[in-house]
Write a protein that binds this ligand. Structure first.
Ligand code: NAD
Length: 496
């Protein structure tokens, strides 16, 4: 059985902690043994990263950009290999795994523009004989802690920007699907990145908690569930670090009566069930105008039944298994709670079995009508292929439902009215809004981030906000005295 280790100082590195099994969620089998790091591993990793940061941050921007360009080419060439690694440990379909790599690639391409991104400002003759100029410098060692659901894309939301800006980056990937991190490490090395600039520390809360308070870690990017995001933000900010901590979500897709219902249903089904619902931007609640609710549910239920659940390597599969046996049990329990609390299960995905893969953690697409905000299935982030339908009287009630929810990651509206769409996008207290676009993940040159319990900290991730997050400003006010000297010290400011 393969052993998945750390990556420290440009090479695979065994750790001092214990080992933990990694499963293939499509079969339930143990496929690898993962090294779980301890505090001593964190010390080694941070020391290596700190040494590397000092020289990497001083290298010319042109040479740093050249490394990013080489990494970009290697990532494109490794897409199929990486997609297989992701599908084997995560369970998602190969097509979906390629999709996440493509979205991560976008951020690499954005980071290739680092010479432009780090270009400073200059004020000539700001006062007589005085010039003022400012630029941004790297922070040093920065850490990224990532979730299981996007083992390539989320690390690529962070590392390319951090590294391009001149930092050393330590990745703590999810212990559920850790192998992709090592493929990325290999590609960085092949791209010529100096040893220690990209580090992988495998492990769980022991490693995370040690990173959060380590004096040589300047900033922490976190993506994961809300309780851990809150903990990461509180602990690392108390330790004086810069923190962006992205949390969980409950994303609503509003369907107004004037929408193209067939089109809206296609989007809802794909955005609710794709990746087995394990996306932080999954549309898990359809908020439907009452007058078209019956008709839409009819269309949705036909599409949910036609959705194919299978192993990720099956080219016909629309979605694969969920990540663990515990996740399957939890999701099925939430469906049962909806039934017990008075909602109607229109399509039931509980007990779904894929022939030949009876040990896999499969849940079928599930559609629940008559969900109300007080239901457990609504209050919790299900993170499974479950679509709740909440019926509303119209746009105003839809906005009120969304704004009463503690999360504010993404939302979408399906309508043919520009006026309704404008009222919606201005009225919702949500960070990312789609208009007839179900999963409005911003392109790489904008930044990604939710509001309320979906993000702790001031900074959104990647794009321009990512550049600011991983750098700090310096400003110089400069005078070169002319031969005619001043007559003596001047004790007051002058505005000229
Ligand atoms: P998780 O919070 O369980 O784990 C995320 C990371 O935190 C992992 O690396 C894990 O090892 C670590 N961790 C877990 N428990 C910890 C603890 N007690 N102390 C310190 N570290 C700990 O999340 P997950 O199950 O891997 O991922 C799913 C969650 O991530 C969902 O809630 C989803 O919405 C969220 N997510 C959010 C975004 C976003 O952009 N907002 C993107 C992807 C996923």
């Amino acid at each position: 059985m393969s052993v998945i280790s750390h990556w420290i100082d440009g090479a695979a590195s065994p750790g001092g902690g214990h080992a933990q099994p990694v499963h293939n969620p499509a079969t339930g089998e143990v496929i690898a043994s993962l090294t779980i790091g301890d505090e001593a591993d964190v010390e080694r990793a941070v020391a290596s990263a700190a040494a590397a940061a000092a020289t990497w941050g001083d290298l010319s921007i042109a040479r740093r950009a050249a490394t990013l360009f080489r990494f970009r080419e290697l990532l494109v060439a490794a897409t199929d290999e990486l997609a297989e690694v992701v599908s084997r440990e995560h369970g998602k379909t190969l097509a979906d795994a390629r999709g996440e790599i493509a979205r991560g690639l976008e951020v690499v391409e954005f980071a290739c523009g680092v010479p432009e991104l780090l270009k400073g400002d200059f004020s000539e003759q700001a006062a007589t004989g005085i010039d003022v100029f400012s630029w941004r410098e790297p922070l040093g060692v920065v850490a990224g802690i990532t979730p299981f659901n996007f083992p390539v894309m989320v690390p690529l939301w962070m590392a390319p920007v951090a590294i391009a800006c001149g930092n050393a980056f330590i990745l703590k990937p999810s212990e559920r699907d850790p192998s992709a991190s090592l493929v990325l490490a290999r590609l960085w090395r092949e791209a010529g990145l100096p040893d220690g600039v990209f580090t992988v520390l495998q492990g769980d809360r022991i490693v995370v908690d040690a990173l959060l308070v380590h004096p040589d870690v300047a900033a922490v990017s976190f993506v994961g569930s809300t309780p851990i995001a809150r903990h990461v933000h509180a602990t690392a900010t108390a330790a004086g670090k810069r923190v962006q901590a992205l949390g969980g979500a409950k994303n609503h897709g509003v369907v107004l009566a004037d929408a193209d219902l067939e089109d809206a249903a296609n989007h809802l089904v794909a955005a609710a069930y794709g990746a087995a619902g394990e996306r932080c931007m999954a549309l898990s609640v359809a908020v439907v105008e009452e007058s078209v609710a019956d008709e839409l549910i009819e269309i949705l239920s036909a599409k949910a039944r036609a959705t194919r659940v299978s192993v990720g390597t099956d080219p016909e599969a629309d979605l694969g298994p969920v990540i663990t046996a515990a996740a399957k049990e939890r999701i099925e329990g939430l469906i049962t709670s909806a039934e017990e609390e008075g909602a109607r299960i229109v399509v039931d995905g509980r007990g779904h079995v894929v022939e030949g893969h009876e040990g896999g953690f499969f849940v079928g697409p599930t559609l629940i009508d008559g969900v109300r905000p007080e239901h457990t299935v609504y209050r919790e982030e299900v993170f499974g292929p479950v679509l709740d339908v909440v019926r509303v009287s119209g746009l105003a009630e839809a906005i009120a439902v969304i704004n009463a929810n503690p999360y504010g990651n993404g939302t979408a509206i399906f309508t043919s009215s520009g006026e309704a769409a404008r009222t919606f996008r201005r009225g919702v207290k949500v960070g990312m809004v789609g208009v007839n676009v179900p999963i409005p993940v911003p392109v790489a040159w904008h930044s990604f981030g939710g509001w309320k319990d979906s993000l702790f900290g001031e900074s959104h991730i990647y794009g321009p906000e990512g550049v600011r997050f991983y750098t700090r400003g310096k400003v110089v006010t400069q005078r070169w005295p002319a031969r005619t000297r001043s007559t003596g010290p001047q004790f007051h400011f002058t505005g000229d």
